[in-house]
Design a protein around this ligand. Structure first.
Ligand SMILES: Nc1ncnc2c1ncn2[C@@H]1O[C@H](COP(=O)(O)OP(=O)(O)O)[C@@H](O)[C@H]1O
Ligand SMILES: [Mg+2]
Length: 299
């Protein structure tokens, strides 16, 4: 267990880390608002009516991945978007990350519109995306240095050690990515993402390339770190059981083109959840059946 005592905690959470960040007029921000007669509390991330289309060579009509897609993520929430392969999950996540751009709409994080990548939104990719020429330590250090440029070499090293320890990678700190198993690579990716204390973590099918036994262990580690740090998580996945085990809320996305959110499920199964015992909870199969039936209808 560890506590947040470093000076950055006093800085406003919404402080831009780099790049231009457009501030929207007050009325357009993600503050409390009335929706259908009820007041909803401020969302930390708002996806507002985003549309994305690709113009494919040789085709007159653009391919519309989604149109006017909206979504709100609450602070400290673990929200998952679940849908078939190809429905647009990575496209959505990449737009939130600022890696891709929407054709219209807004992404608002802590009341500010985001338009390019920033260390306030750390992505954990399916293919790990570590720098191959750097050691595990070097990969995490690169992110920590970018986040805390004023820190001394020793401060950075201590910080990196702490996060490698949290994911059980201390013994592999000097290894390069190609010397690691998939599980160890993903642990390095998770350590890197947590080490810069982003406002939100964006997970793109982070366990898809990890064997089933290791996957369970890393999922448990991720949940523990999520609970300890209070970071918000946005995950996209096509794995039903994984979504139920990990999430507070699941958005079901229809297959594309023009994918939409078709259903929203609050996973009201108490935590801590264990993969062995969760299947005995009466809500588990209700939720699972609802999702499976949605996926079968639309698939
Ligand atoms: N750069 C691109 N150019 C053209 N089409 C793309 C591009 N990226 C994604 N697509 C298409 O957009 C749709 C959604 O892709 P993606 O977001 O990767 O789906 P998912 O992550 O849900 O599997 C797919 O039909 C895919 O072929
Ligand atoms: Mg994808």
């Amino acid at each position: 267990m560890w506590t947040r005592t470093e000076p950055e905690d006093q800085a406003p959470a919404a402080a831009p880390l780099f790049g231009p960040v457009g501030v929207l007029p007050q009325d357009d921000r993600g503050g409390s608002r009335r929706q259908g007669g009820t007041t909803v509390s401020k969302a930390m991330l708002e996806v507002e009516k985003i549309s994305k289309h690709f113009t494919l060579s040789g085709q007159k009509e653009p391919f519309c991945v989604f149109r006017d897609l909206s979504l709100q993520v609450r602070e400290k929430e673990y929200l998952s978007v679940l849908g078939h392969s190809g429905c647009g999950k990575s496209t959505l996540l990449n737009i939130i990350a600022g890696i891709d751009t929407a054709n219209s709409g807004h992404i608002i994080l802590n009341g500010r519109e985001v338009q390019e990548p920033g260390l306030d939104r750390m992505v954990v990719f399916q293919n790990f995306a570590l720098m191959p020429w750097l050691t595990v330590f070097g990969n995490v250090r690169l992110a920590v240095r970018a986040r805390y440029p004023e820190w001394s070499k020793q401060q950075v090293a201590d910080w990196v050690d702490k996060y490698l320890d949290m994911v059980g990678l201390s013994g592999a700190a000097n290894k390069r990515p190609w010397e690691l198993s998939g599980g160890m690579r993903q642990r390095a990716g998770i350590a890197r993402a947590f080490s810069v204390k982003p406002s939100i973590m964006l997970l793109d099918e982070p366990f898809a390339q990890i064997d089933a036994l290791t996957r369970g262990v890393i999922q448990d580690e991720l949940v523990r770190m999520w609970e300890e740090t209070g970071i918000t998580i946005f995950m996209v996945t096509h794995d039903v059981d994984e979504a139920i085990l990990l999430s507070d809320r699941i958005m079901l996305m229809s297959p594309g083109p023009q994918a939409k959110f078709m259903d929203e499920i609050e996973v009201d199964i108490p935590r801590p959840r264990k993969r062995i015992s969760i299947i005995e909870h009466p809500r588990f199969y209700e939720i699972r059946n609802r999702i499976i039936s949605f996926l079968s209808q639309k698939g």
